[in-house]
Design a protein around this ligand. Structure first.
Ligand code: 0O2
Length: 223
């Protein structure tokens, strides 16, 4: 019944979904530009990969039902903020915060909500920085403000989240095995956080060394 209700909105739903796709394009471009400029200055890419997705109708409907919302486009736009989802995977934790700050400094971006699951991981060990933002899109004759969810995470966080997501759907496990795997997953999350910390520490040492050798190499003023 609910799927039919959703489909009956078809033409305006398609229009709304197209607007979310445009928002994804805008935000992806912003991150590509930041990556390009950073790599020019620092000779390395802060972004490993960008993956985007439009939330599926089923998943939107699930969320509407969970939140007991009416099936109207207005209710979707005003309550479901992750229809446009952009995931930015970085090599280092510092790059996550640097990119988030650069994005939020842009004068067409408005921050609606920030959830820092890196500083405050979820109970199961999930880590990522989530930003709900508003971005303008420019259509033929109008400007529309769209909401989107940006998830920023390291390669290690992405690896863990993907595996955890796969395993969460294996529902035929016995309660004992469930408990054991939950414990093991939280251990893996802890190890992945240690890995991130150590990789960051190594990079910091290397960059410091490069900075000081650049200073030493720069031509000295004649005395
Ligand atoms: P999908 O398939 O990515 O769309 P809210 O959106 O605020 O109503 P919630 O769940 O509090 O609901 O939002 P939150 O905490 O910001 O998390 C939303 C998204 O983060 C999820 O989207 C996942 O992509 C990711 N996420 C959050 N917690 C976990 C976790 O424990 N494990 C993994 N693997 N991913 C997580 P969806 O809608 O669940 O799925």
């Amino acid at each position: 019944h609910s799927i039919r209700a959703f489909q009956e909105l078809s033409s305006s739903t398609r229009d709304l979904m197209s607007c979310y796709r445009c928002a994804i394009m805008e935000i992806e471009t912003k991150f590509r530009v930041l990556n390009e400029r950073f790599s020019l200055q620092h000779d390395r890419n802060p972004i490993d990969s960008i993956q985007s997705r439009l939330k599926s109708p089923d998943s939107i409907l699930d969320k509407m039902l969970r939140k007991k919302l009416p099936f109207t486009l207005e209710a979707i736009e005003n309550n479901i903020f992750d229809i446009a989802g952009i995931r930015v995977v970085c090599s280092f934790v510092d790059d996550i915060y640097m990119l988030a700050d650069c994005l939020l400094q842009q004068d067409d971006i408005t921050l609606i909500e920030r959830k820092d699951y890196i500083k405050n991981p979820k109970k199961n060990g999930y880590r990522s920085l989530h930003l709900i933002i508003e971005v303008p899109i420019f259509l033929q004759n109008e400007k529309k403000i769209m909401k989107a969810e940006v998830q920023l995470r390291t390669i290690a966080m992405e690896f863990w989240a993907n595996l955890e997501h796969q395993l969460r759907y294996k529902k035929d496990l016995s309660p004992e095995l469930m408990e054991q795997t939950s414990y093991q997953l939280s251990e893996c999350a802890r190890l992945s956080a240690v890995l991130d910390e150590q990789m960051q520490a190594i990079r910091d040492i290397i960059e410091k060394e490069e900075d000081s050798s650049e200073k030493n190499d720069s031509p000295k003023k004649p005395s």
